[in-house]
Design a protein around this ligand. Structure first.
Ligand SMILES: [Zn+2]
Length: 296
């Protein structure tokens, strides 16, 4: 009997350490750190204050403050002087040499399912660049609402992907049209709308956590902020502008080290994702970030 009991506990022990890992990265294009407040983004603000959330309002992004550079750096873990993804047309990029972290996940375990569904479809074309099980590219871009619906659809599926990236773009569009600022209602309204989408996603996520025994990490972040005077380029050439260069990152899940993350950089996200999936980083990949916000 004693033997049976100990076998039972060994099983229980190993089961609790073999939970399926699930990662969801939510990208909100052009979302300034100072609009992630109770007033404009109550859901994200409440997530930040959970006891299983690591966060920063001062993550550094790239000196090239365009979308292409920063989404590439976030998802490859390599700075844009190497990926050469600077302008939004991705001309002369070397992303094939420094691929999306999905590639390394698939290399470690080809059964892992990866999926990317961005409003800005260029992300799938140039940054994912074939390194995902699901990453459609269509000329007609999906709306933010469709992006949210896709995430909800995944969360309700019994065979959902393991690593997922979604991207919202309306906040950036409103910043370019009216100014990126907590003082511009069109801009803060767009942030509040995405916050509602985040709320919908977390609602489904909480339901899912009741149903499946999974180990979750959700990362919410952005590529750049922007300036109030959108006529002078919105967020272009913003190397010395803290509202463009200091971006927010929110990491929620039981593997996180709760509290403020010290000195994160946007290239750290890919390395964090790899560490979450226990993928050892190889030297020859030439990654330049470090894992952040995790317990171990
Ligand atoms: Zn952008």
């Amino acid at each position: 009997m004693q033997k049976l009991i100990s076998i039972f506990f060994i099983f229980l022990f190993s089961y609790s350490f073999s939970q399926t890992k699930k990662l969801l990265i939510i990208g909100i294009d052009g979302c300034r750190a100072d609009v992630i407040t109770k007033q404009f983004a109550p859901e994200m603000d409440s997530i930040i204050h959970l006891n299983n959330t690591a966060y920063s309002y001062k993550m550094k992004n790239e000196r090239f403050t365009m979308s292409a550079a920063n989404w590439t750096s976030m998802l490859t873990g390599v700075h844009c002087n190497k990926t050469c993804a600077r302008k939004n047309n991705f001309k002369h990029n070397k992303i094939a040499k420094y691929p999306h972290f999905f590639k390394y996940l698939e290399q470690k375990d080809s059964t892992l399912q990866t999926a990317s569904f961005p409003h800005w479809m260029q992300i799938n074309k140039y940054i994912v660049n074939g390194n995902a099980d699901y990453a459609p590219y269509t000329k007609e871009e999906p709306s933010d609402e469709r992006v949210k619906n896709k995430a909800v659809e995944w969360l309700q599926s019994s065979n959902m992907p393991d690593a997922m990236f979604i991207h919202f773009d309306d906040v950036d569009h409103n910043g370019h049209a009216h100014g990126f600022s907590p003082k511009r209602k069109e801009y803060t309204d767009a942030v509040s709308q995405v916050d509602k989408y985040v709320h919908d996603i977390f609602l489904k996520l909480r339901e899912r956590k009741q149903k499946y025994k999974e180990d979750w990490l959700v990362i919410i972040s952005t590529d750049h902020g922007g300036r109030i005077h959108h006529q002078v380029g919105g967020h272009a050439i913003g190397i010395f502008n803290k509202h463009i260069r200091n971006v927010f990152v929110i990491m929620n899940g039981d593997d996180t080290k709760a509290g403020e993350i010290l000195k994160p950089h946007i290239v750290d996200i890919a390395c964090t994702a790899l560490k979450f999936f226990d993928v050892p980083v190889k030297k020859e990949w030439k990654l330049q970030g470090k894992a952040i916000g995790l317990k171990k």
